[in-house]
Ligand binder design. Sequence first.
Ligand code: HEM
Length: 170
Amino acid sequence: MSDLTLIMLARVIHVMTGVTWAGATFVLAMVVVPLFTQHGSDGAGRWLALVARRAGMLTGISALLTVLSGIYLFATLHQHDDSAGGLMLKAGAAAALLALAVGLFIGRPAGLSLERLQAANMAGTAPGPDVAREFGALRLRAAVSSQVVAGLLGIAVVAMAVFRYASAVI
Ligand code: HEM
């Protein structure tokens, strides 16, 4: 396979999985998590937890592919690019990597614990005050981390969209 074919393939994977990662994250942060926070205890919680789990898996796989293809593209095409566009590209990539870390180390554990508590609740165990407090804290952590991840991915998307033209404008 020629270098150019590899670069094209990496770009296709990068853009496709980047769109999926950012899109699914926006839906999680703006639709699923707020609905879970408001209606988690009145019956919708089980279904919303299932949706969040599936979407979480999708974001995890697409995040990994976006980062791997992005690192390859960066190493091949932009390693020594210190122009305004190159710096913007680095800032966008850093925002996306930070989003991955927040999602992996804060959002995912909070989501898994919420799912576990939700399942215990469904099994008929009435939530005591301690469990209710834990529920509240986990919902808050999941809501804040999903919004932080969405904000960071928003920055990454804007940077990726404009970096190619930044040097001509700045
Ligand atoms: C959600 C996150 C991301 C999205 C939506 C995204 C999207 C995009 C898009 C649409 C382009 C094409 C821009 C153009 O050609 O004008 C691009 C290019 C690029 N991205 Fe990302 N990206 C993301 C994360 C990352 C990360 C984490 C890295 C590096 C670790 C990265 C590195 C690159 C590089 C080096 C290019 C330039 C490729 C080239 O010059 O052909 N991206 N990205």
